[in-house]
Ligand binder design. Structure first.
Ligand code: T1G
Length: 694
């Protein structure tokens, strides 16, 4: 029919095959090809039924996201779906890989759906700040019922073929899938089975129409964790129209909501995050043919909090791990914590009941560094001091096999220094995981001076394999994330001197969308940790030091910047802290003033952005979007704000540069002056995003 859609005849069956790599996205050409094919097959008197299938690794994975924001081209997706739904002959969708978004919506226009057993079916639009815009909010609830429908649409999480079969989303699990679909269609034709036209089938809506709580409870449950996001609420509202409005009226309103969201800042930020995550995994300037090294066995040094979490990430991906400790007792404790974590997750239904045993079986606990000898990748997660790191890497250099990649999980130490104690610096790099490592998605991959490209690509490929989001950074104190965080922390203490309170600063940062403010975060991490690291570097922080000296180490002592009820993690403002801050300021001769929320927000965000610009200048990060990926997946930056550099472009670099200069003079802190890059872009009225365009 065209370059990306083929129409064939197998006697009375017409087979429409989409072939538009990499994921058969519904570009204008694909929509046109399907539309014309269905039209032709419907008009052909010899054709009794139609199969819609895809070539390549997956069924249609949705609308072509790169087309959003561009002038619409016809036919629109609703037109294509209507052509299928009304063609008067049975149309069967043959699903393999992932049928997502517009891809699933097109199958909901078909009269029957079959899928391979590995297939995944979902409407993930909400993850892009959208809602299904081609009838998904109306047809899916009619296919599976409003409870599952609203859950799938508000969470955006796909379901597997088995569950789809159980809930009537598909008719059969087949091989092929095109061949299986054809066999299924021949049965339909032979039995003259009535076409299942979802838009006319309200049978699964009856119960929820009678008892609306079925729907409202499901919507509330699905919406529990969506603070600050517009799309989940819009999704729940749209699904509720299945209960109240005629189909076509609801379809029209769905379209209006879609167009409102697609033009909104939140969806722009979330689409930016989608592509930035994929861009971050592309190592730049890699000579053609450079391949990652094979990784079948992994060894992890240290079974503490980080080592255990990292080991679980590999076991979760089915990769066998050797977990190495210095003694049986430490090993036993580490293995016990992992078992407990798995059991807890299984108990709340997060993983299948037999998963804890299966995954623990992939983790072999041993004592002695010599046990790294068979590993292709070794990740060190021991105590965070240079002396211990060097001791471990000296030993690894002796025991590890040639070609093994040696990675350190350090969160700020100099990887070049560590590499120097080995005779194979080309195999040394950083793989910085975030706590809890079995949950947090980010893996900051630190490229040291002598790191070989294939070693670097190995770390990136492994990170993706264990469902982490890799971002490549250079060697610098605190790499990217912690370095920018340090710029923010510096301002947090200063703001207390000037008149703000911990609860005021944290409230501003949480309102912005961060999960936690700097002071509650300090209490969670432990003020003793902060005090020790400042001691190491000879840094004074009068208020934080005062709290530590008063025995206020944070949550672990029930008191820090806040006080905590026994057994609770809820921060409670403490007048004792206010007094300590007041007394400290008096002793330093400082006068405190009213500090506005607006000033607090600017001083929390702009110094970080400025540090991000310096990081780009020094090539510690190669793309602004990499910095954003690091903050999105490692530091809880709200997805609907895209990341610090994306946010800066929305605010405007000129404004940020001006405000930074004001604060630099106001606080007598020259490090707040806008960096050269920020200043240049502001003067040229450019954005950070313009850097990617070169
Ligand atoms: N549009 C355009 N490009 C896409 C795309 C899409 N929908 N999906 C993937 N790509 C690109 C991606 O950028 C990458 O490019 C390559 O394909 C491989 O992807 C009307 C409005 C399908 C599970 O949200 O979740 O339909 O980096 O690296 O890990 O209601 O891609 O190689 O240049 O992710 O195997 C709804 C999005 C759209 C699904 C495969 N659909 N895609 O994962 O490969 S909105 C989605 C994914 C919509 C309708 C609405 C994943 C995947 P490059 P990849 P993967």
């Amino acid at each position: 029919m065209n370059d990306v859609v083929k129409l064939e005849r197998h006697d009375v069956i017409a087979v429409v095959t989409v072939n538009s790599p990499p994921v058969n996205a519904l570009s204008a050409a694909v929509r046109r090809g399907i539309f014309e094919s269905i039209k032709a097959a419907a008009a052909d008197p010899e054709v009794k039924g139609i199969v819609l299938a895809c070539a390549g690794r997956t069924f249609i994975a949705g609308a072509d996201i790169t087309e959003f924001g561009k002038p619409p081209q016809s036919p629109g997706l609703n037109e294509v779906i209507a052509e299928i739904e009304n063609c008067g002959k049975p149309v069967v969708a043959a699903i393999h890989g992932t049928a997502l978004g517009g891809g699933l919506e097109i199958t909901l226009g078909c009269h029957f759906r079959v899928a391979t057993k590995e297939a995944k079916l979902g409407l993930p639009e909400v993850k892009l700040g959208l809602l299904p815009g081609a009838g998904g909010t109306q047809r899916l609830p009619r296919a599976v019922g409003p409870e599952l429908g609203v859950k799938m649409i508000v969470t955006g999480d796909p379901i597997g073929a088995a569950e789809a079969l159980k809930h009537g989303l598909i008719e059969e699990i087949v091989e092929g899938p095109a061949a299986g679909a054809e066999a299924f269609l021949r049965k339909v034709i032979a039995e003259n089975r009535p076409l299942r036209i979802l838009r006319n089938d309200d049978s699964k809506l009856a119960a929820a129409k009678a008892d609306r709580t079925l729907f409202t409870n499901a919507a509330a449950a699905a919406n529990k964790k969506n603070r600050g996001l517009d799309a989940p609420l819009a999704c729940a509202e749209a699904v509720s129209w299945t209960l109240d409005l005629p189909f076509d009226e609801a379809l029209k309103k769905e379209r209006e909501s879609f167009l409102r969201l697609v033009a909104g800042d939140q969806s722009k930020a979330q689409r930016y995050a989608f592509f930035s995550e994929r861009e971050a995994a592309k190592v730049q300037n890699v000579p053609e043919g450079t391949k990652p090294r094979p990784v079948e066995r992994v060894a992890i040094i240290g079974a503490g909090t980080m080592g255990g979490g990292i080991a679980m990430s590999f076991a979760n991906a089915g990769i066998p791990v050797t977990l190495i400790e210095t003694g049986e007792e430490q090993l036993k404790r580490g293995m016990g914590i992992m078992q407990k974590n798995y059991d807890a997750t299984a108990a709340r239904g997060g993983i299948p009941a037999d998963a804890p045993a299966k995954r623990m079986a992939l983790i072999t606990g041993v004592v002695g560094l010599e046990n790294v000898k068979d590993a292709d990748l070794i990740i060190e997660a021991v105590f965070e001091t240079m002396a211990i790191k060097k001791e471990v890497f000296t030993a690894l250099d002796a025991y590890a096999k040639p070609g093994a990649v040696l990675a350190s999980n350090t969160s700020y130490l100099n990887i070049d220094e560590i590499a120097k104690v080995t005779k194979r610096p080309q195999d040394v790099l950083g793989m910085h995981f975030f706590s809890p490592a079995n949950v947090m998605k980010l893996c900051e991959i630190v490229r040291a001076d002598k790191t070989a490209l294939d070693a670097l690509m190995t770390a990136v490929a492994v990170a993706r394999k264990i469902a982490k989001v890799p971002a490549v950074v250079g060697v610098a104190d605190g790499f990217v994330g912690n370095r920018m965080l340090a710029a923010r922390s510096k301002q947090s203490e200063k703001l207390l001197f000037e008149g703000a309170l911990p609860q005021q600063v944290d409230a501003v940062v949480i309102k912005f969308g961060m999960p936690m403010g700097p002071f509650a975060m300090g209490d969670l991490a432990g003020l003793d940790i902060g005090w020790r690291s400042r001691q190491d570097r000879g840094i004074k922080s009068p208020i934080a030091d005062g709290l530590y000296e008063a025995g206020r180490n944070g949550q672990k002592t029930g008191k820090g910047y806040y006080k905590y009820e026994a057994g609770s993690r809820a921060p409670i403002p403490d007048p004792e802290v206010e007094k300590l801050i007041d007394d400290t300021c008096k002793s330093l001769g400082l006068t405190r003033r009213i500090v506005s929320d607006e000033e607090i927000l600017e001083r929390m965000m702009y110094p970080m952005i400025n540090e991000g610009a310096r990081i780009l200048e020094e090539k510690v990060a190669s793309r602004p979007s990499d910095i954003d990926v690091i903050w999105l997946y490692g530091y809880g930056w709200p997805i609907f704000r895209g990341g610090p550099m994306f946010y800066a472009d929305q605010v405007g670099l000129k404004h940020i540069a001006e405000r930074l200069s004001v604060y630099a003079k106001q606080t007598n802190d020259p490090s707040l002056e806008p960096s050269a890059l920020l200043k240049r872009l502001a003067d040229e009225d450019k954005t950070f995003a313009s850097l990617a365009k070169g």
